[in-house]
Design a protein around this ligand. Structure first.
Ligand SMILES: [Zn+2]
Ligand SMILES: [Zn+2]
Length: 749
């Protein structure tokens, strides 16, 4: 008789009660049950999902009588060992429950075990002899009809299609299979997201590329770190158009040649097709599969992509923030492109920063982490200064193309123009006309959608405000409505002041819709398109507009900042920044940094082809430091001035900031609990943190909920955060008050 073998494993249950427990596994148990496996276990009379994670450090208490694991859900691990450690770090650092962390790391379709998409096909097993067919026709005429139909086909036919075409019941088909006349085939159809993105016109231009001297130097240095396998993140600071992507591609090829894998992160879902196209067109040549990863994929695409990585079939992933959790075995390289982008921060729990998680994961795996940007975040530059990161620079554009000329327009002077409020300055209008006549393209940026920013009555000063939020309503001319950009509330735009009835009630301030209209007046013959979240409601419209712009079917593009991110149009020779001051008015200590970055990024969109580019920047504050430094492209100067300021105020990157937001329907109650809590914290952790507040958040009311926040300045987050979390667990918070901790926040409204 064979001896039954058993072993004990440690699991982390989640989805229900979250616990670390031990179970027994029989050697006959179905599926993979080793480290990183997803298993089903019995727990309190229920069947629970759990992750097998051994060697986490602390010992798991062994119960007297261990139960048996029901089954392993897959035939291979769904997580690499480093991901389990990473999930635990996320839980501690970002003060998030392990359940929500694991749900972020392991995507829902994988947890839900999707059956792979299969198609059932039908074909003839053999051609029936005439008498065989006659006999069938007498007994079952419908079945004979089916056989005759199939005799005329030259390839297998989808079963559902066949049944609906001949209006047959499934039983007749099954009966014929049983009789051996028909054969059923099951074909596995893997859903590869964007499988059609094998090479658009852009990727086609990337042929055999010779590296510039600078690129070659940088690549050599990065390769040295790759080989050294020690923890040493690199910051790749390259001016726009300096060929960072080519450096990334070579690194990926190197890693693949040694059997390793790579993660390539981009900040926006919208940017993935462009990057994916370039990566795929390169790697397809050497027969490597590339997975695309972001939240807009279907559940099936996510499940298939994830398992392709877990099985080692695909070693490279291109994706947005959550690609940082890709289960790539032998991970050797993580690229975080446009690392300064706030979009890398997740807005819901766990509120993690994709870039910072990438750095930590690289450390766990002994992988090389490359953070790339034309405008690095101050935090990253500070990490270079303090010796934690190594800096590589690409200061010249490929083919030595010139950086564009920047014209600053002082809008306070333009305002003197007797015709009233000016949205497009004379110089910008003239240059647009010039470009149009030369058949070159222009882009105008304005980070404000809608037509007017608010409605104001000049007689009684009434301003249209959202009834649920502390913001003004934005007028949208396209559908004659006023809308709240925070909660989505909307109503018909009134013609008269709702308070005093004045007919002079009108809009003020301008958004992308008004700019589009103004540009059309300046250039009636030009083809103009607007690109903002209002035009993004239709699927694929974004890609269509971009492709029309690329192929020259559009002359002028008006859009919000999303356009500024990494897009590359060779025929764009003019970029206009309609209002450079928007970010300066935001109550955020990063206002200057954001303004500087926006200007540099936006300028980078001009002159990427053979023709020189020009940039027109409209501002009411032409002498403010970020605008002046950006105009001169003086990175060092800006960095030093901004770092000095941050140091004086003890702001990040010199200390970490933690934002603690309290919200609820009753403002007095919310404020009261925030105060009580801050007193407790002051008493217990005075030596560890500096507390500011509570104060009403800049956006005080959202959807009828009042918001107050506290700011904590912390030296060592990993040490202090667990203390705060522990105190919070024992604090008697009112059930109508909800509080949220945000570590290293990027959004302070
Ligand atoms: Zn009025
Ligand atoms: Zn609202």
């Amino acid at each position: 008789m064979p001896v039954k073998e058993e072993r004990i494993i440690e699991v982390l249950t989640y989805g229900g009660p979250e616990r670390r427990l031990a179970y027994k596994v029989r050697d006959t148990t179905r599926g993979y049950t080793g480290p990183g496996a997803l298993v089903r276990v019995p727990l309190m009379n229920r069947s629970c999902l759990a992750l097998v994670c051994e060697g986490l450090g602390e010992d798991v208490p062994l119960a007297n009588k261990l139960k048996y694991v029901h089954e392993g859900l897959y035939d291979e691990p769904i997580l690499t060992p480093d991901l389990i450690v990473l999930a635990q770090w996320l839980t501690r650092y970002y003060a998030a429950p392990l359940t929500s962390t694991l749900e972020t790391v392991v995507p829902a379709p994988v947890r839900a075990i999707m059956s792979p998409k299969t198609t059932r096909l039908i074909e003839l097993a053999h051609h029936p002899k005439p008498d065989e067919l006659d006999a069938l026709a007498k007994k079952a005429p419908r079945q004979a009809e089916l056989v005759r139909f199939l005799m005329q086909q030259d390839k297998p036919i989808s079963r559902p299609l066949l049944l609906s075409r001949l209006k047959l019941a499934p039983t007749s088909c099954d009966a014929l299979v049983k009789k051996g006349l028909l054969k059923e085939l099951v074909r596995d159809e893997s859903r590869e997201a964007y499988a059609d993105d094998l090479g658009d016109e852009e990727s086609a231009t990337v042929g055999e590329v010779t590296l510039t001297e600078q690129q070659a130097e940088v690549l050599l240095d990065l390769e040295a770190s790759l080989q050294a396998r020690e923890f040493r993140p690199h910051l790749l600071h390259g001016v726009t158009g300096s060929g960072k992507t080519e450096v990334y591609l070579r690194l990926i090829e190197n890693v693949l040649a040694e059997g390793g894998g790579a993660i390539f992160m981009v900040p926006e879902v919208a940017l993935t097709p462009q990057t994916l196209g370039r990566v795929r067109s390169r790697l397809n040549k050497i027969g490597e599969k590339v997975v695309v990863w972001h939240s807009h994929l279907s559940a099936g695409e996510r499940a298939d992509g994830w398992m392709a990585m877990a099985r080692g079939e695909a070693k490279v992933v291109v994706g947005a923030r959550s690609a940082v959790f890709a289960p790539i075995p032998n991970l050797r390289l993580i690229i975080v492109d446009e690392e300064h982008e706030p979009a890398y921060k997740q807005a819901e729990s766990p509120r993690y920063h994709g870039r910072d998680v990438a750095v930590y994961r690289a450390r766990l795996c002994g992988a090389l982490c490359v953070l790339g940007s034309a405008t690095p975040a101050l935090e990253s530059l500070y990490n270079v200064e303090s010796g934690r990161y190594r800096l590589n620079r690409l200061t010249r554009r490929v083919d030595d193309r010139q950086l564009p000329t920047v014209h600053l327009v002082d809008m306070t002077r333009e305002k003197l123009n007797p015709k009233g409020a000016v949205t497009i300055s004379n110089i910008l209008a003239d240059k647009m006309i010039e470009r149009f006549e030369q058949q070159e393209q222009s882009i105008l940026f304005l980070n404000r959608r809608g037509y007017n920013t608010s409605m104001l009555c000049p007689e009684c000063s009434h301003v249209a405000e959202c009834p649920h939020c502390s913001v003004t309503l934005t007028y949208h001319r396209t559908d004659e409505r006023i809308k709240c950009h925070v909660c989505g509330y909307q109503e018909r735009a009134p013609r008269r002041c709702p308070k005093c009835g004045s007919a002079k009630y009108r809009g003020r301030g301008y958004g992308t819709q008004k700019i589009e209209e103004t540009v059309q007046k300046i250039l009636p013959r030009a083809r103009i398109m607007r690109l903002d979240t209002d035009t993004m409601t239709k699927k694929h419209l974004f890609r269509k507009i971009l492709s029309d712009f690329r192929t020259g079917k559009i002359d002028i593009l008006v859009g919000t900042q999303m356009l500024a991110k990494g897009l590359d149009f060779p025929n764009v020779t003019l970029v206009g920044l309609v209002d450079a001051d928007i970010a300066l008015h935001v109550p955020d200590f990063r206002a200057a940094e954001r303004t500087f970055q926006l200007l540099v990024q936006v300028s980078g969109r001009a002159g990427r082809g053979d023709k020189a580019g020009e940039v027109v920047v409209q501002t009411f504050m032409p002498h403010s430091p970020p605008i002046q430094y950006a105009r001169r492209a003086d990175f060092e100067g800006f960095l030093q001035e901004e770092l000095d300021q941050r140091r004086d105020f003890h702001y990040p990157p010199f200390r970490h900031l933690v934002r603690h937001l309290f919200r609820g329907r009753n403002p007095e109650k919310v404020n009261f609990y925030a105060e009580q809590w801050s007193r407790l914290l002051e008493e217990k952790l005075e030596a560890e943190i500096e507390i500011r507040g509570p104060a009403p958040a800049p956006l005080e009311k959202v959807k009828d909920t009042y918001r107050f926040h506290l700011w904590y300045f912390v030296g060592n987050v990993s040490r202090v955060l667990p203390m705060i979390t522990a105190l919070r667990q024992d604090f008697p918070m009112d059930e109508e008050v909800i509080d949220v901790l945000d570590v290293d926040p990027v959004d302070l409204v």
